[in-house]
Structure formats: structure tokens, C-alpha cells
Design a protein around this ligand. Structure first.
Ligand SMILES: Cc1cc2nc3c(=O)[nH]c(=O)nc-3n(C[C@H](O)[C@H](O)[C@H](O)COP(=O)(O)OP(=O)(O)OC[C@H]3O[C@@H](n4cnc5c(N)ncnc54)[C@H](O)[C@@H]3O)c2cc1C
Length: 457
């Protein structure tokens, strides 16, 4: 099946001897990075900081990938949080492993949990600015998410791409990688085939190729093959999240993991790109069904919330919050909520009875549900807000398996010359990704890939 998909799309592993006989234009670098999101920009910049000649290839006409329109939250265990006794690397690691439900590799998770603090400091040293106090984000389980001052994920892309430009990374947009080039004798990955400005070229990398090409949430065919349930659902992914590099990597022997795990979260409605949401901080919101009943603990992992929604066959679902919670939502998102009042996508009422009437849910059930949270100090300050919840594909969790050095694993050992970071990795989050554990995996393993390239060659 995989091979058929590759052949249909003309994407393949290409042995060097066959290519050497062709007439394609050829170029040379030390390192080639595939993808211009946070992972690719980090890997490229880090390699450049080690003095290597780097070419970054991004197939879209702009950099950023999913990173650009993400929430930007970055989970990290900082030294300060450890000193204050609020957090530890071990706790972070155990939470990731528990949420992965046996489908992640413990050694890789250990390195990941331990590296996020240093990755956050590195981002700051590049010019990223974060709010000083960490948040608990939806599905995050712990208050260790650092929010950039720049809106959404834009800060990562601006800061890292500016640094790449300043330091001389050769960055190319509209440059789609369509194959990996391998050495006939050793099997080492030595370059890529790319379509750049309408022309096919071969780019050779004598130190390594880093795959930072994200997930496949925008590829209906891959979604249908991986997990048919999700094939028709709306998706949050950017249009370039088509996952071809995962199959191209498998054509050189990369071991794919967890391709069937797809993460769904409450999102906006399909016809609108504007997100009208209330569930940014799960500790201060309530999720109810069409009868006004709570159907899940709001702070549960994302996979559990989606499972409860599906298994209970819920037809209409709402998130409800009070004015205190709404005041704490960032300005841009709050504006969307206010706009929603006029477009019929959000509701605001002085009493829970009035809200129940507006939502056409049972008022007694809604009041009883709210009382459960009011005991915990939540939902006490009118006016009350509500938005309708639609579940959408948020992230694909499958991809290539890596080792602790970000080297892509084949059936028995690492594939020489091939590295991966970010959403491309399939053995990190297992069944469920903790909220705030996306960009950090791109930055951590982008940096680790660069270190490994330096040491391996
Ligand atoms: C709506 C939304 C909100 C999110 N919020 C958060 C959050 O708050 N915190 C968090 O940690 N995570 C969040 N995530 C997840 C996070 O965005 C991703 O995990 C992270 O951005 C992945 O980074 P990446 O560099 O691996 O991939 P991306 O940022 O997606 O970059 C991959 C790039 O590779 C390019 N590419 C793909 N194939 C090729 C090819 N063949 N040739 C050349 N280029 C190619 C793509 O076009 C893309 O630009 C969110 C995701 C979504 C969708």
C-alpha cells in the first residue's frame, strides 16, 4: 500500500548510481533540512551555528507550517520551577509516558523531558520572549506551558528565520522534496531530489539530511489509510501537512510508528477559519452535552475527552465559562469570542437559566452541572459564556521512529545520514500528545539532530 502511494505520486528513494547517470542539476551542502516550521528552522540554525553549510527546503510559498498558526505554548521544566518545588523532569516524563499508554519509547521520552528547559532558554537567547508565568493548557495536565509574547506561533517563525538569514542559512521556499538519495553501497542517505521553481534538482548533503516536514493532517488519503474514522473530519492542519516525507523515509527503510493515532480537539466550525473557543484553560471551563450534563472531566487528556464525546454519541456539545475565565483569554481570541456574539457562534447571558434557554439545554441539568464546578471555585462570576464545540483533527501522532540522538531508525539500527524532529516523529507521544508538547519536540530534537550530525560525521 505504502509503495503504491509512493509510485502514484512519483515519490521514491533514489539510488545514487541511477541519478548520477541523469542530467539533473546538482548542488552541494553539508546539511539539508526538509521543512520550514519550528523544527526545520531550529535544526538549520543549530547546524549553521556549528559552522556547517545548510540548505533548508520548504515546499510552500511561505515558512511556518503548523507552527505558524499554533497556539505557541511551549512545555518546559525550568530550573526555577524545580527550585520552587513546583515541577520536575521526572514528573514531566511520567506524565508523557502515562498519556502515551505504552506506545512511546521511554529512552526518547527521557531525553525529550530533560531537554525542553534548555530548549526554552535557547529560544530566549535567539530573541523569543515568553510570559514569565507558565500556564496549564487544554490537555496539558500540568502548569508548565510558556506562552510567547508574539501572537500564536508567529514568534518562532519570525525569530528563527531572521536568525537563519543573518547567519547565512540558504533558505528556499516553493522547494518540494520528492525523494531521498542513497549511496548504492552503504545505503547512507546522501541527499534529496527537489522540485524548485518548477525544475527538478539533486541536492547532496555530505553530513546529513534532517526531516522536519511535520504531519499528515491535511492528507485525506493518508488519514483514510491510517485511521478511516478520521478521513472525513475537519482538520486544523495547514495545507502543507501532507506527510509524503513519512512514506519517502519508509522507502529508505525507516520504521514507521503509531500511524493510526490521530488527535482531535474542540475546534471552530469547518466553514470558518476563525476559532471561537473557550477551552484554553481546562481548569476553568465546563463541557456539557445537549442535555446540559457534564460527560467528562475537563482536565482529562485530549484522547479521553474525544473518546467520551464519541462513545456517548453526543449530538451537541458546549464549552461554558464565566467572565473571570474569559477575561484571562488573550486579546485576539477574546475578540473572536465577541465577534461570535454577532455571528451566532458564542452566547453570553447573565444567568445560567438564560444560558440554558439560549442553548436549548435542560436548565436544571445545566445548573446542577455548574454546581459541581462552583464547589471548586469555578463558574461563579456572571455573565456566563458558551460556545458550541466541534471536534476536529488537530495533530497526527505517527511518523518515523528515532533514537535518543534524533537518528531515524530502520528495522534494526539507525539509518546513516538521516535525522528527524518535531511532528515527523512517531515514537514520542504514543496514543495522546499532551497540550503544549508539539513545538517543544520540534525545537528539542532539531537541536539534538544538529549535535548528532556534528558528532556522527
Ligand atoms: C491549530 C493548532 C494549534 C497548535 N497549538 C500548539 C501549541 O500551542 N503548542 C504546541 O506545542 N503545539 C501546538 N500545535 C502543534 C504544533 O503546531 C506542531 O506540533 C509543531 O508546529 C510541529 O512543528 P514541525 O516543525 O515539526 O512541523 P511544521 O511546523 O508543520 O513544519 C513542517 C513544514 O514542512 C513542510 N514540508 C512538508 N513536506 C515537505 C516536503 N516534501 N518538502 C519540503 N517541505 C515540506 C511543510 O510545508 C511545513 O512548512 C498546534 C497545532 C495546530 C494545528
Amino acid at each position: 500500500m505504502k509503495r503504491r502511494l509512493l509510485l502514484q505520486s512519483g515519490l521514491m528513494c533514489l539510488p545514487l548510481s541511477a541519478l548520477a547517470r541523469g542530467n539533473l542539476p546538482q548542488e552541494y551542502s553539508d546539511v539539508i533540512v526538509v521543512g520550514g516550521g519550528s523544527g526545520g528552522l531550529t535544526a538549520a540554525l543549530s547546524c549553521r551555528e556549528y559552522g556547517l553549510k545548510v540548505t533548508l527546503l520548504e515546499k510552500m510559498a511561505f515558512l511556518g507550517g503548523d507552527t505558524l498558526h499554533s497556539g505557541g505554548y511551549f512545555n518546559a521544566v525550568t530550573d526555577e520551577a524545580v527550585k520552587r518545588g513546583e515541577d520536575s523532569v521526572e514528573l514531566f516524563k511520567q506524565q508523557i509516558l502515562k498519556s502515551a499508554a505504552g506506545y512511546a519509547d521511554e529512552d526518547v521520552v527521557s531525553v525529550y523531558a530533560a531537554s525542553c528547559g534548555a530548549a526554552l532558554e535557547w529560544l530566549k537567547s535567539q530573541g523569543m520572549k515568553f510570559l514569565p508565568v507558565p500556564h496549564l493548557v487544554y490537555g496539558g495536565l500540568w502548569g508548565r506551558s510558556y506562552k510567547p509574547l508574539q501572537p500564536s506561533g508567529t514568534g518562532y517563525v519570525q525569530v528563527l528565520s531572521n536568525a537563519c538569514l543573518r547567519k547565512g542559512v540558504d533558505m528556499r521556499i516553493s522547494a518540494a522534496v520528492t525523494g531521498l538519495v542513497t549511496d548504492d553501497e552503504t545505503g547512507r542517505v546522501v541527499g534529496v531530489r527537489v522540485t524548485y521553481r518548477g525544475e527538478q534538482r539533486l541536492l547532496f548533503a555530505n553530513r546529513g539530511v534532517v526531516l522536519a516536514s511535520g504531519g499528515f493532517g491535511a492528507n485525506r488519503q493518508m488519514l483514510a489509510q491510517s485511521s478511516p474514522l478520521f478521513a472525513e473530519m475537519g482538520s486544523d492542519s495547514h495545507p502543507g501537512a501532507t506527510g509524503e516525507m513519512i512514506y519517502i523515509a519508509s522507502s529508505v527503510g525507516a520504521h514507521l510508528r503509531n500511524m493510526e493515532f490521530i488527535e482531535c480537539v474542540p475546534g471552530g466550525i469547518e466553514e470558518s477559519s476563525e476559532q471561537v473557543r473557550l477551552d484554553y484553560d481546562p481548569t476553568v471551563v465546563m463541557l456539557v452535552d445537549e442535555n446540559g450534563n457534564r460527560f467528562v472531566e475537563e482536565t482529562s487528556p485530549r484522547s479521553e475527552i474525544f473518546s467520551a464525546y464519541r462513545s456517548k454519541n453526543i449530538r451537541r456539545c458546549f464549552t461554558i465559562a464565566d467572565s473571570d475565565a474569559v477575561e484571562r483569554i488573550g486579546l485576539a481570541r477574546r475578540k473572536s469570542l465577541y465577534r461570535g456574539l454577532y455571528s451566532g457562534r458564542s452566547w453570553r447571558c447573565e444567568t445560567l437559566e438564560a444560558l440554558a434557554e439560549a442553548l436549548q439545554v435542560n436548565p436544571d441539568h445545566l445548573i446542577a452541572s455548574a454546581a459541581e464546578l462552583q464547589e471548586r471555585g469555578v463558574l461563579n462570576k456572571p455573565p456566563y459564556w458558551a460556545v458550541r464545540v466541534f471536534f476536529k483533527i488537530h495533530t497526527t501522532l505517527g511518523g518515523v521512529a528515532i533514537d535518543t540522538k534524533a537518528r531515524v531508525l530502520g528495522a534494526h539500527r539507525a539509518i546513516s545520514g538521516l535525522y528527524a524532529c518535531g511532528q515527523m516523529i512517531g515514537n514520542l507521544h504514543g496514543k495522546n500528545r499532551l497540550g503544549g508538547n508539539g513545538i517543544n519536540s520540534a525545537v528539542c530534537f532539531g537541536r539534538i539532530a544538529a549535535e548528532s550530525i556534528l558528532k556522527d560525521s
